[in-house]
Design a protein around this ligand. Sequence first.
Ligand SMILES: Cc1cc2nc3c(=O)[nH]c(=O)nc-3n(C[C@H](O)[C@H](O)[C@H](O)COP(=O)(O)OP(=O)(O)OC[C@H]3O[C@@H](n4cnc5c(N)ncnc54)[C@H](O)[C@@H]3O)c2cc1C
Length: 551
Amino acid sequence: MNNVKIVIVGGGTAGVSAATRARRINEDAEITIIEMSNYVAYPISALPAFICGKIKDKNGIISDYEEKLANIYKINVIKNSEVTKIDDNEKKVVIKNLKTNTTSEKSYDKLILANGSKFGVSYKNNCPNFFKITNLDDAIAIRNYIDKTSARNITIIGENYFALILANAFVNSGFIVNIISEENKLFKELDDEFSFLLKEEFSRSGTRVFLNTTIDRYIKNENSVIYKLELSNYSIDTQVVIYCKDLKPNTHLAYQIDIPVGDNGGILVNENMETKKQDIFAVGSVAESFNLITKENEISYFLGNAQFQGRVAGSVAGGVPLEFKGIIGTKFLKFNKLSIGITGLSENTAKEKGFDISSLTIFNGNYERFISGSAKIHIKVIIDNKTRKILGAEICGKGEGVDKRLDVFATAIYSSLTVDDLVNLNLCYTPDISTYKDPINVIGMVAANKLDGISNSVTLSEINFDEDLLILDIRTKIEYQKEHLLNSLWIPLDEIRKRIGEIPKEKIIYIYGHVGLRGYVAERILKGAGFQKVYNINGGITSIKISENMK
Ligand SMILES: Cc1cc2nc3c(=O)[nH]c(=O)nc-3n(C[C@H](O)[C@H](O)[C@H](O)COP(=O)(O)OP(=O)(O)OC[C@H]3O[C@@H](n4cnc5c(N)ncnc54)[C@H](O)[C@@H]3O)c2cc1C
């Protein structure tokens, strides 16, 4: 078994990870990667920077990875070759050489399908400036076209993560960018307020974002070059169109031999990444992944999971047992100064999946206010009311430390931590990296207070304005004069004890401060004074303003 023949279809993230792991644990295995493009083992996340010219030469991407596969890992790589058929009885694959158009066969003991996914193209055409982007070959084609024509006006069709990282790269390189999508928001895994903030940031950069928009017509010149797009309401000029939607696993090989495919369109696998067919594995974005929170399958189109799944399959195929536990879905994006991300479930998804949840928002400094450059981090957590476990977190901010906090949440969710654990996490502190209660600790406290009934926090949308209520603004005079909710009663927090008689006890009181902390203190003072129906508006006027701007 030591000289097992392992054949891997696809030399992308998952395939290369499988191959190198198999080699590290089995020196005698014969390992072959069959890749249909001209390149293997390059960092696909470098493609946006390459297309936009930030990475000048493709050699800056391909580096010497391929040589390392041959020299260090003793892995055979067959490029420009497509696996067109699997014969699982004879245990062999049919390979078509895409340069010579000839076919050959290769036998295997273990077959790993790592053939990824691709963007569907609904608009079929021969236009020289209409592209999709799945691999380095596609990226080179786009870059060559841009260099040749000096195109500066780019249209990206799609609103998903990949469309946005591409848009980000173009914007940062000074291109004019249009994003067009039929969906009603960008990065739809995010809850509406985070997606809204991201869209605002794109719009501020001059990017034109067209949501709820279909392309009625592609207008071309005599050389089939698209120069205008007719949209639902108007038309826009463009020089390049990149199609980034309808990402789908490449399951045609699996269908040929009746390997079961799941409801999400990916190949079904167990925790060893084995399909239902003996000795055939599937890894990366061609396979379905088990979500540890929902306990349902989904497809992960992200690098980290592809890499880990490849490692597991390579290990098992090479003879050492290993399991892939599942995913929680961590996604992070940077646009200009805005960092934004999600891990676990959004509020919308948690509700859809039937969880009984609380959702809490804070705006906390990334580090102490007295250090220059301190910036707010906006955090929302989703808590399971029954278990107090964290189901999800969304986060954004323009300062440092946003990614660090998202990673802590990802670790907390993976480890099934509760809000009480968040309060107790002993995180690092000096004034220029955190606040003395880290934002993670703070949101743990806010959530625990809510679950323990110490604070009744509500969002603006939960307030029924037909009730007999009073909105109480407890901020300073300067803050109140700058902006406030109409018909609110203004009593600054430091006057509340002596002016408590001005607040009608029989009404429902909704308090707001700037971000929620002073509101909580006021809520506790009123409750201590015998007020029964007192609520603190979560996230204060900062949250209220985001909700109002979204209308
Ligand atoms: C432009 C771009 C930027 C990205 N940036 C990020 C990022 O910043 N962060 C992140 O988490 N994810 C990112 N991703 C997603 C990430 O690349 C994928 O999640 C990951 O590559 C999936 O790995 P995979 O091995 O399953 O598929 P792939 O890496 O796509 O590899 C599949 C390979 O199989 C080959 N193949 C397909 N069919 C056959 C066949 N029949 N025979 C032979 N070969 C075949 C393909 O040519 C391809 O090389 C990005 C993706 C793109 C397109």
